[in-house]
Design a protein around this ligand. Structure first.
Ligand code: IVH
Length: 704
C-alpha cells in the first residue's frame, strides 16, 4: 500500500452494497494501519483530520449497511453499549504471577539455582524487560482477529473485558499481516496502563468534580478496564504493552526473543529496552540503569523482570503453583525524595483522634505530587524528632501511602522548638484526653471537624457514593452551619447552596438530587458510611448479609454479633457500645428516618476472588516503615482480617522489630511468617487479583 493510501474521496450514499463492502474492507486495512503508525510506532503518515474523515466514512457505511459492521472494525474503538455484568471466562493457559525481591542477592541466588538445575554447560540467556505497574490482561486472537480480552482474575479465570480493551488504541483489533502471517490461535499477555500525564489530568478532573481521586495510575487503569460501559474506558486514555506469548498455534518459537519479535511484527506495542544478556552482573546493571531512569518514563514501572530466554529450558525447570521458576522480578526500592516540612498541622478525624500531619513543600514522588503525610501520633513525632521547618526524606509505602521516613541533618539549618500536641481540640476547643499514644477530642457530635469527617465518610465512593459531596463541600456545609448533624444533610435545599463558593444553581440542584437518590442504598454501604467503630467495608457487608435490616443489627446482643463470621468479642463490644450511647442512638434514629430503602445483599456466599479474603493476619513487632494502622488498612482493603492473637486459625504472622511472644508461638505452630516487604508484596498481589474480580466486593464497582 502506498503511504498516501487510497483517496477514499467517496460519498457513502452513492455506493452499491457490493462497492460498500469493498470500501469497508479497504478502510479497515487503512485505518488499522494508520492507528498502528500513530499509536504504536509514533510515526503517523496522515493528519488527524484525514484519519477522522476516513473514520467517519466508515461509520457512515456501517450505518447504511449494518451487515458490514464487525467486531474488529476500527469504529469499535469508541466503545459499545454498556453490559449488565462482566462474565467470568477461563484463560487459554493459566496466568501465573512472579516471584519477586528487591534484593540483588536474590537475583544471584536465582541465577545459581538455574545454573545448577540446567547443568554446567547450559547456554543460559536472560531476556530483560521493565516490570510494568498496571493491570495485566490476556488478549486472544483467532485467525488474527481479537476475540477475547480477559483480566488476570485468580490466574485461571478472569473477567471478559473484550469490549473495553477494543477501545484501547494500542491493542490491535486485528494482527498486522504485512510482515508475518497470523497464527490460528494466539494468546498474548500484556499490561494495561494509564500514562502518568493522562492520570494527572484525569485525577485533576475528579477533584474538580468533588470526587475522590485515584491513588495511582495502576488503580485507575484497573478500574477503567472493568467498566461496564466501554465508552467510559475509551475516555480514560489507556495504553497496553504486550510482553509475553502465552500460547500460539500454527507457529513455534524457540526463544522468548523470537516471540517478542513476532509480537512487534503483528503490531503490538512493547515495553522499551528489552534486552538479552547472559550473566547475573548484566541483569543487576540493567536493574540499576532502569532504577535511575524510571522517572523519565511516562508510565509506572516498579522493577525489572528477568526470564530465561530459551523456551525449552523453561520447560525443564517448570513452575510452582504460583510462579514460574524461570522468571523473577527484581523490584526497585520505594521511591524516596527530600523536601521540607512547612508546618506540622493537627487534623481532627471523624472519630475525634487528633493526628499530627506534616504539611510539606510539594514534591513529586513517582509521578504523584505529595504535600502532606500523616505523622500518626505524638509518640511517632517524638521518636523521629520532627519539627516545623525540618528537612526530611519521604517515600510512598507500597508506592502509595506517603510517609516521612526520617529527618535529614542540614548543616547551618536552625531548628524550631520540639513539637507538642495541643491541649485543646483545634476544631471545637474542647479539652482533649490521651488514650495510649492517641490524643482524642471527646466532643463526638458537637465537634465540627468530626462532623465534617463523618459527612465525607458517609458520602464517600465506597459508602453512600454521593456525587459532589467531597471534603471541600463538607467543610463549607459545616462551617456555614448548613449541616449541624449528619441527618441534616438530607434537609439541604438548593437555595441554601447556590451562593456558596464554587456552587451555582446547577451544581446546587445536582447535590441535593444526589443526596436524595441515596435515600435508597445498599444496607452495607449505609452501615459502612455511619462510621461505626471497627466496622469497615468488609464487616459492614458481613453484618448486612447476616442481619439483613438495620434494626436487627442495632438490636443484636453479644451472642448474635459474635455469631457473624469474623466478628470477635472486641468488635462486638465496640459495636454495641456505639449503639448503646444515647446521643449516638438519637443521631442514628434521625439518619435512619431519612432513608427510604436499605437493600440487603443478595443471599449468597461471598464470591470473593481476592485470594486473601477472610484470611487472618496477626502483626507483632514494629514494622520498619508502615504504621500498624496502615498495615491493618492494607490487609482489610483486600478482605483479610486482622486479629490480635496467634492461633492455629491464623494464616499469616507479620513480624517486625522486637517481635513479642506471638512470633515464638507462630514458629511453634509452623505458621507462615512474613516481614514487611513480604507483606506488602502479598497485599499488592491480592489487590491486583481483586481489582480483577467483580463479584469480590460490591463496593469496588465504580461509576456504576
Ligand atoms: S512476565 C509467568 N513480564 O507483574 C510470568 N510480567 O506478579 C508472566 N508484569 O501481574 C509475567 N510487567 O502481569 C511479566 N515485563 C513483564 C511484566 C510482568 C509487569 C506483571 C504481571 C503480573 C505481575 C507479576
Amino acid at each position: 500500500m502506498s503511504s498516501s493510501g487510497p483517496p477514499f474521496d467517496i460519498d457513502a450514499d452513492a455506493l452499491s452494497a457490493d462497492e460498500a463492502g469493498a470500501t469497508v474492507r479497504a478502510l479497515h486495512n487503512d485505518l488499522h494501519r494508520h492507528a498502528r503508525l500513530y499509536y504504536v510506532e509514533a510515526a503517523p503518515e496522515i493528519s488527524d483530520a484525514e484519519y477522522d474523515r476516513r473514520f467517519r466514512l466508515l461509520q457512515a457505511l456501517e450505518e447504511r449497511f449494518p451487515d458490514l459492521a464487525s467486531d474488529d472494525s476500527p469504529t469499535q474503538r469508541v466503545g459499545a453499549e454498556p453490559a449488565d455484568s462482566l462474565e467470568t471466562v477461563q484463560h487459554v493457559v493459566p496466568m501465573l504471577s512472579l516471584d519477586s525481591s528487591e534484593d540483588p542477592e536474590a537475583l544471584r541466588k536465582f541465577d545459581e539455582r538455574l545454573r545448577k538445575a540446567l547443568g554446567e554447560g547450559a547456554d543460559i540467556r536472560y531476556i530483560l524487560e521493565p516490570k510494568l505497574d498496571g493491570a495485566s490482561i490476556e488478549l486472544v486472537y483467532e485467525d488474527g482477529v481479537l476475540v477475547r480480552a480477559v483480566t488476570r482474575g485468580n490466574g485461571r479465570a478472569g473477567e471478559d473485558v473484550t469490549a473495553n480493551l477494543r477501545t484501547v488504541p494500542s491493542v490491535p483489533l486485528r494482527l498486522n499481516e504485512e510482515v508475518r502471517p497470523s497464527p490460528r490461535l494466539l494468546a498474548v499477555r500484556g499490561e494495561v496502563m494509564m500514562l502518568i500525564s493522562a492520570f494527572e489530568r484525569f485525577n485533576a478532573g475528579l477533584v474538580a468534580d468533588g470526587k475522590e481521586p485515584y491513588a495511582s495510575p495502576r488503580n485507575s487503569a484497573a478500574g477503567a478496564i472493568r467498566q461496564l460501559d466501554s465508552r467510559l474506558t475509551a475516555e480514560r486514555e489507556l495504553i497496553c504493552l504486550a510482553y509475553d506469548v502465552l500460547a500460539v498455534e500454527g507457529t513455534e518459537f524457540e526463544h522468548d526473543r523470537d516471540g517478542v519479535a513476532a509480537l512487534r511484527d503483528w503490531g503490538f506495542a512493547l515495553p522499551e529496552r528489552i534486552e538479552v544478556v547472559d550473566t547475573a552482573d548484566e541483569v543487576i546493571a540493567y536493574h540499576a540503569r532502569f532504577a535511575a531512569d524510571r522517572d523519565d518514563l511516562d508510565y509506572e514501572i516498579d522493577g525489572i523482570v528477568v526470564k530465561l530466554d530459551d523456551l525449552d529450558m523453561r520447560g525443564e525447570v517448570g513452575s510452582t503453583s504460583h510462579h514460574p521458576r524461570w522468571a523473577m522480578a527484581l523490584k526497585f526500592e520505594p521511591r524516596k525524595e527530600v523536601t521540607k516540612i512547612e508546618q506540622i498541622a493537627i487534623s481532627v478525624g471523624r472519630t475525634g483522634i487528633l493526628t499530627p500531619v506534616a504539611l510539606m513543600r510539594p514534591v513529586e514522588v513517582g509521578g504523584v505530587t505529595v504535600s502532606r503525610a500523616s505523622l500518626h501520633n505524638r509518640e511517632e513525632v517524638a521518636r523521629k524528632d520532627i519539627r516545623d521547618g525540618d528537612t526530611v526524606r519521604i517515600q510512598r509505602a507500597g508506592d502509595v501511602i506517603p510517609q516521612v521516613v526520617e529527618r535529614i541533618e542540614v548543616e547551618g539549618e536552625g531548628r524550631s522548638r520540639p513539637f507538642v500536641m495541643p491541649t485543646h481540640c483545634p476544631s471545637c476547643g474542647t479539652e482533649v484526653y490521651e488514650d495510649g499514644p492517641r490524643t482524642v477530642c471527646p466532643n463526638t457530635f458537637g465537634c465540627p471537624a468530626q462532623l465534617t469527617g463523618r459527612l465525607v465518610h458517609f458520602g464517600a465512593r465506597n459508602a453512600l457514593d454521593i456525587e459532589g459531596l467531597g471534603e471541600e463541600t463538607a467543610v463549607l456545609l459545616v462551617d456555614r452551619d448548613l449541616v449541624t448533624e449528619l441527618a441534616g444533610l438530607f434537609d439541604l435545599e438548593a437555595e441554601q447552596l447556590m451562593d456558596l463558593p464554587g456552587f451555582a444553581e446547577k451544581s446546587a440542584t445536582a447535590l441535593v438530587a444526589a443526596v436524595d437518590r441515596r435515600r435508597s442504598t445498599e444496607l452495607a454501604r449505609f452501615l459502612h458510611g455511619l462510621g461505626i467503630p471497627e466496622v469497615g467495608q468488609t464487616v459492614a457487608r458481613d453484618l448486612a448479609r447476616h442481619f439483613r435490616t438495620f434494626e436487627a443489627i442495632r438490636a443484636a446482643d453479644d451472642e448474635a454479633l459474635t455469631a457473624v463470621h469474623g466478628i470477635g468479642e472486641r468488635m462486638s463490644e465496640a459495636i454495641r457500645g456505639f449503639f448503646a450511647n444515647e446521643r449516638v442512638a438519637a443521631q442514628l434514629d434521625a439518619v435512619a428516618s431519612q432513608m427510604r430503602e436499605l437493600v440487603p445483599p443478595p443471599e449468597q456466599k461471598a464470591a470473593t476472588d481476592s485470594p486473601l479474603s477472610g484470611k487472618k493476619f496477626v502483626f507483632t513487632g514494629g514494622l520498619p516503615t508502615l504504621a500498624r494502622s496502615e498495615a491493618k488498612k492494607l490487609a482489610e482493603s483486600v478482605g483479610a482480617k486482622v486479629t490480635g492473637s496467634v492461633s492455629k486459625a491464623t494464616d499469616y504472622v507479620v513480624v517486625g522489630e522486637d517481635p513479642g511472644s506471638k512470633y515464638d508461638k507462630a514458629v511453634d505452630l509452623g505458621l507462615e511468617i512474613l516481614d514487611e516487604d513480604g507483606f506488602v508484596a502479598l497485599m499488592k498481589e491480592a489487590a491486583e487479583a481483586e481489582t480483577d474480580a467483580p463479584e469480590a466486593d460490591p463496593f469496588t464497582a465504580e461509576e456504576d
